[in-house]
Design a protein around this ligand. Structure first.
Ligand code: C2E
Ligand code: MG
Ligand code: MG
Ligand code: MG
Length: 278
């Protein structure tokens, strides 16, 4: 071998493994401290009706602010929080804080909150949601819980049982990231979701992607047949919005309409013009 021996490779591998383990430990300890020190914040991204260009609600998105003011993405720390079980207290904090903050919005619009599969696997979830609704005085009809299809595959019967209990509280349930897992259709059959959120993976360059356009059409038609409204995630361009409107999409969410913000902001004048013109 010209460069590096096998033992050197293994040594390198062990070092990176070691580094990964240490990084994970740091994040875990950091998450514990973050809860205590109020380092979490919720940002809110508008969801907009395609029919009348009005905001129907906001999705709460968790942000972890570091001492230096920078943010760590939920894509990085949620998986660690799930592995360590810390997602349970964090998820409870998210739900409670979101309901408290949304109570003070100018308009009583819908509040969408993400639930982790780990939370769904927890028997006490319906009781916890019920308790938070009571404590905060938040109207259940305004609350929508977002659940990914992967949250349901380990035990479909149990998951649907818990989702039914949640619905009985008067909250609605949306299927998040639709189309990215491998059980989208059987999950749709197992539970009467109130909304389908089509994953942003299908947006991209719609103009020259026949496949994406066909899939979006099919999902919209599926939603129509099942009487489940469809929201398209990750809408960034006027072309995408035009296509979605033509095809009868119900709601949209994405940077074109508004980025996640610390406050539940109304649509900017620019976004209003864009939405009207499209
Ligand atoms: P998600 O629930 O599918 O949320 C949508 C993600 O897409 C958000 O990323 C949002 O900022 C981003 N996004 C919105 N519009 C656009 C767009 O036009 N273009 C692009 N490229 N991205 C857009 P974020 O906030 O980084 O969250 C990532 C994921 O982390 C979420 O995906 C959700 O699965 C998870 N997450 C966020 N907050 C929570 C939480 O409180 N609890 C749990 N369990 N998971 C959360
Ligand atoms: Mg979501
Ligand atoms: Mg999503
Ligand atoms: Mg996602």
């Amino acid at each position: 071998r010209a460069k590096g021996s096998l033992s050197e490779d293994i040594c390198f591998y062990e070092k990176t493994m070691d580094e990964a383990v240490r990084q994970r430990r740091r994040v875990t300890q950091g998450l514990r401290d973050a809860l205590e020190n109020e380092e979490f914040e919720l940002y809110y991204q508008p969801q907009v009706s395609v029919g009348n260009n009005e905001i129907t609600g906001y999705e709460a998105l968790l942000r972890w602010r570091q001492k230096d003011g920078s943010f760590i993405s939920p894509a990085e720390f949620i998986p660690v929080a799930e592995d360590t079980g810390l997602i349970l207290p964090i998820g409870e904090w998210v739900l409670r804080r979101a309901c408290e903050e949304a109570k003070h919005w100018d308009k009583p619009l819908r509040l969408a909150v993400n639930l982790s599969p780990v939370q769904l696997g927890h028997t006490d979830l319906p009781r916890l949601v019920h308790q938070i609704l009571i404590d905060t005085g938040f109207a259940p009809a305004r609350l929508e819980l977002e659940i990914t299809e992967t949250a349901m595959i380990t035990d479909m019967a149990r998951s649907t049982f818990i989702l039914r209990q949640l619905k009985a509280l008067g909250v609605s349930i949306a299927m998040d990231d639709f189309g990215t897992g491998y059980s989208s259709l059987s999950t749709l059959r197992a539970f009467p979701f109130d909304k389908i959120k089509l994953d942003r993976a299908f947006m991209g360059e719609l103009a020259d992607n026949t496949q994406s356009r066909a899939i979006i059409r099919a999902v919209l038609s599926l939603g129509e047949s099942l009487s489940i409204p469809v929201l398209a995630e990750g809408v960034e361009t006027v072309d995408q919005l035009n296509f979605l409107r033509e095809q009868g999409c119900d709601e949209v969410q994405g940077y074109l309409l508004g980025r996640p913000n610390r406050r539940a902001l109304p649509l900017s004048q620019e976004s209003v013009e864009i939405a009207k013109a499209s």
